[in-house]
Design a protein around this ligand. Structure first.
Ligand SMILES: [Zn+2]
Ligand SMILES: [Zn+2]
Length: 160
């Protein structure tokens, strides 16, 4: 995803993108994304300083941490990026992550690309313990049956 700064007006503006997950560096190891990432950006430009408020909409396929079934979940994520110009010939577009510059995205005054921030927002937005549903009954620890499908083998045996 690239924003040509000569096309970006001063003040407020919005941009919409549909991006293949791979184009922002999201690999199948990070997340299984079905279809494109839908990205809506609200930008506020003052000179070469740009505040970006982004909204991401995507569909992820995750494995339920209780019953191990794959399920799809729509994600709506918000993120913010502050972008400033840096006067260094070697920097094209990058995130500074250390020291005082934490959270500031630097650009070269020509092209802005916040792919890293988009990827990070997706990874942070994924649940560590995904559940197919809040009430997922999970697998029986004894027989391994999926208890969402009804009483497991041991429950049926106990019932006679
Ligand atoms: Zn489940
Ligand atoms: Zn069982």
């Amino acid at each position: 995803m690239k924003i040509d700064l000569k096309d970006l007006p001063q003040g407020g503006s919005t941009l919409d993108f549909e991006l293949p997950p791979g184009s922002v560096g999201i690999s199948p190891k990070d997340a299984t994304v079905e279809g494109p990432l839908r990205l809506h950006l609200s930008l506020d430009r003052r000179g070469d300083e740009i505040w970006i408020r982004g909204k991401l909409h995507l569909l992820v396929v995750q494995e339920c941490s209780r019953c191990l079934t794959d399920f799809r979940e729509p994600l709506d994520l918000d993120f913010e990026v502050f972008c400033a110009k840096v006067h260094s010939p070697n920097v094209v577009s990058a995130s500074l992550v250390d020291g005082e510059d934490e959270g500031v995205h630097v650009h070269d005054g020509r092209i802005l690309s916040i792919d890293d921030e988009i990827r990070e927002a997706v990874i942070l937005g994924l649940s560590m313990k995904p559940l197919c549903k809040e009430t997922c009954a999970g697998l029986c620890p004894t027989c391994g049956d999926d208890r969402n499908l009804g009483p497991c083998r041991c429950a049926r045996a106990a019932a006679g």
